[in-house]
Design a protein around this ligand. Sequence first.
Ligand SMILES: Nc1ncnc2c1ncn2[C@@H]1O[C@H](COP(=O)(O)OP(=O)(O)O)[C@@H](O)[C@H]1O
Ligand code: SF4
Ligand SMILES: [Mg+2]
Length: 399
Amino acid sequence: MRPSWEDERVVEHEIGPVRPLEAGVHPEIDAAQVKLRQRPLPRLADPEAPLLEVKDLAVHFKLESGSVKAVDGVSFRLDHGEALGIAGESGCGKTTTALSLVRLLPPNARVRSGSIELFGIDLVPKSERALARYRWREISIVFQGAMNALNPVHRVRDQIAEPVRLRLGESEKASLKRAGDLLELVGIPRKRGSAYPHELSGGMRQRAMIAMALACDPAIVIGDEPTTALDVMVQAQILELLERLRSELGLSLILITHDLSVIAETCDRAMIMYAGRIAEEGPVGRLFTAPRHPYTQKLLSSFPNIRTDRRTLDVIPGTPPDLRTPPPGCRFAPRCPAAMPVCSEVVPPEVRLSDGVRVACHLYPPETAGTDATAVDITVPTIGGGVSSSTISSAGATT
Ligand SMILES: Nc1ncnc2c1ncn2[C@@H]1O[C@H](COP(=O)(O)OP(=O)(O)O)[C@@H](O)[C@H]1O
Ligand code: SF4
Ligand SMILES: [Mg+2]
């Protein structure tokens, strides 16, 4: 006889090794801060595998006018207790990447290729039913507008209790108790749980969304612009809450935002996306102080920085490409002040430098892998639009 849903839940989550969470790849994450996971790992988990590893992910949207290559060859990794920030201009594929991880994509989207391995288990080939074991229980997501994500006709407490009951099989009483505990954890008095979403402030609603995301004690929480709709004071409180939860619960975070300062304050690593691909990825300390990719440099200089002198903000000329017909080669080439002839013909390979930064740009050819190639100053153009040979050689590149 085919096992029931309940049986499958038990099989997947109550058997298997329990292992302590390790610190992330970066030494600044204190292993002692990262608490023990309370539940066993999924049965099929490989205890040696990274928490999350996305390899060569491609996601396309089908439209009558063509196929939108929204995510095209994206690879990244997230370790236990780590916070990864994803930034880039609107439409560069941040949300599509996040939604792919929990397969909440719109009906016209397809994962065309690649893998999404959670504890070494590839989620891409999983059926919707099988994936339900991982969504919310291992990876959950907090969306931008809590008012749209919460159900207006149900009390907040009941909405938080529901996944605990349905996905973890807890009793009504236990799930309501957990909902109350979670509300307190995120700074909402337990008794406010009887409110309907419209009776809470914007910040409180976002806190309630975070409580809901934590309902099943997931390993990874994704925040897709979780503070964008809030005023700055409330934004700061929500970010502080996420940081506290991360260290207290041993959570791993993926924080999507167009606000680079949020990533600088909150994350260990940053990933800059442009037109469906990764331009640059690496430790926040390096990426923000020595950005290598021309797009990262432009993005940073178009952003206000309270620690530097007052200066005129840069503007990136042009607009991102139409992802139904992206340019061949480097997708940033039509807007890049350092573009060379090769850029509009050949897709730049990704190169990992010695400080852990990964960059995809012809200014950093494969020979620079493993070196500490210094950032090429893209403000020094040469005749023909490329950068000067002196600056290229400072990156260790050959022309
Ligand atoms: N439902 C959809 N149908 C067609 N194209 C879409 C859909 N949703 C997003 N896109 C396109 O996919 C690309 C990536 O979008 P998205 O992931 O939302 O970017 P971001 O979150 O970085 O703003 C954009 O070009 C966008 O127009
Ligand atoms: S130099 Fe070339 S490869 Fe690098 S960002 Fe500019 S256009 Fe792209
Ligand atoms: Mg988005």
